[in-house]
Design a protein around this ligand. Structure first.
Ligand SMILES: [Zn+2]
Length: 137
């Protein structure tokens, strides 16, 4: 049975501040640069969610991509879009909202929701040139 990966790209805008509360202001500024700005800053994030599985004999789908779109929007994007990740989103109350941590949170939220399909990879684009990948390991 051919195993195929199906992907959906979603978009959200969010603000954040990268900050380690155990460090001084100077140390935070040294490590995080402008991302440590006290008044936050925004990103236009893109998130590519990929699921893998067998092609269903009846539908010809691995997963109805419309269902994937709905799951990603309902479970994840609506909690992040136009939010301040540090202040508005409980997932990041005690977690630095780096691209790395955002993609791991996305995985934890989406993995149970896409069943019986299986998440294969999530790629989070923080800028046009910078992205992080997570495969659940
Ligand atoms: Zn940033």
């Amino acid at each position: 049975m051919p195993r195929v990966v199906v992907s959906r790209r979603v978009h959200f805008n969010a603000a954040h501040r990268l900050w380690n509360p155990r460090w001084s202001e100077a140390e935070n500024a040294r490590v995080f640069g402008v991302c440590a700005n006290a008044n936050f800053h925004g990103h236009n994030y893109n998130l590519d969610v990929s699921v893998a599985g067998d092609i269903d004999a009846d539908t010809g789908y691995v997963m109805d991509i419309n269902r994937l779109k709905t799951i990603v929007n309902e479970c994840l994007v609506r909690h992040l879009d136009h939010k301040n990740l540090n202040l508005d989103v409980p997932w990041f109350r005690d977690l630095n909202p780096t691209a790395e941590n955002i993609v791991v949170v996305a995985w934890r939220v989406l993995e149970p929701a896409v069943k019986p399909a299986r998440l294969a990879r999530i790629r989070l684009w923080e800028t046009e040139r910078n992205y992080v990948d997570y495969d659940g390991t």
